[in-house]
Design a protein around this ligand. Structure first.
Ligand code: ATP
Ligand code: MG
Length: 276
């Protein structure tokens, strides 16, 4: 029987029991001022994510998933509480945290290769090394034949693979992905999920990945963080004790179905929060 950890994201889930978490949320709230009233987007989030862990975040629309990720990215700040990475408080964006959004944010005037090289150029990496690193990651996401193509000539899935290569190229410690496959068809999605895991197994990073798709959440993760709304909070954390590589056999296994059903239940049958 796996451990059931409702309402509690703390504690070391992965690695040594007292290992310092890579990412730590402590009492994180975020309220938005709506003029006459305040809207509580996050009502107090505590979460530890271990180094090299892959967590997925699911929950109803508006429960604060993107708010959480934006705070972790340093694009937004908590109203109270703190987020740390390696024990250091997040106080702005950093190349150590690569962000991939749902809408492929590629530069249309640059080729795949130049898009992937962009962050390295900004970081002052020399031309030869830039090219070599870009080539490595373009190859890893299967875009070698399209290295000199412009984004407008790529399919949605190819653009997203380019965005993944670009995020990886600058060697961030943490990858933050906000519904990166949301706009793609089911078949492309499955291919990209497998490719993302393959990349992750070769280039281990800590990943936080938001999705609406429960199957996707279970397929990718070490743990699924299920959130609830009003106020946004962690509802339940479901460990996914399935082996990697996650193959089609894993996806079709009864163990996978059991975990998926549990996550579905946690997402679709949430009880109202007790009145404060
Ligand atoms: N800048 C803002 N001003 C006011 N309210 C905001 C702002 N940003 C987010 N919110 C509110 O905070 C809540 C959480 O938003 P968030 O985007 O984090 O949700 P989400 O879980 O990512 O939803 P979705 O699944 O639809 O992407 C929503 O109710 C949203 O309306
Ligand atoms: Mg969102």
């Amino acid at each position: 029987m796996t451990t059931h950890t409702p309402h509690d994201g703390t504690g070391a889930p992965w690695g040594a029991p007292d290992a310092e978490p890579k990412i730590r949320f402590r009492g994180v709230t975020r309220t938005f001022d709506l003029g006459r009233e305040e809207f509580v987007a996050l009502g107090g989030v505590d979460l530890d994510v271990a180094d090299q862990e892959f967590v997925t975040i699911v929950g109803p629309s508006g429960c604060g998933k993107s708010t959480m990720l934006n705070i972790l990215a340093g694009l937004d700040a908590p109203t109270t509480g703190e987020v740390t990475v390696d024990g250091v408080p997040v106080d702005g964006p950093s190349p150590d945290r690569g962000v991939i959004f749902q809408q492929y944010a590629l530069f249309p005037w640059l080729t795949v290769r130049k898009n992937v090289e962009f962050g390295l150029k900004v970081a002052g990496v020399g031309a030869a090394e830039r090219r070599a690193r870009a080539e490595h990651f373009i190859d890893l996401v299967g875009l070698t034949a399209f290295a000199d193509a412009y984004p407008k000539t790529l399919s949605g899935g190819m653009k997203q693979r380019c965005a993944i290569a670009r995020a990886y190229a600058v060697d961030p410690q943490v990858l933050l992905m906000d519904e990166p496959f949301g706009a793609l068809d089911a078949l492309t999605r499955v291919t990209l999920q497998e490719q993302l895991l393959q990349t992750w197994s070769q280039e281990r990073r800590t990943v936080a990945f938001i999705t609406h798709d429960v199957d996707e959440a279970v397929f990718l993760a070490n743990r699924v963080i299920v959130m609830a709304a009003r106020p946004g909070r962690i509802h339940e954390i479901v460990p996914v004790d399935l082996p990697y590589p996650r193959t089609e056999d894993v996806r079709l296994s009864p163990e996978f179905a059991e975990i998926r059903n549990r996550v579905r239940h946690a997402v679709y049958h949430q009880q109202a929060a007790p009145a404060a």
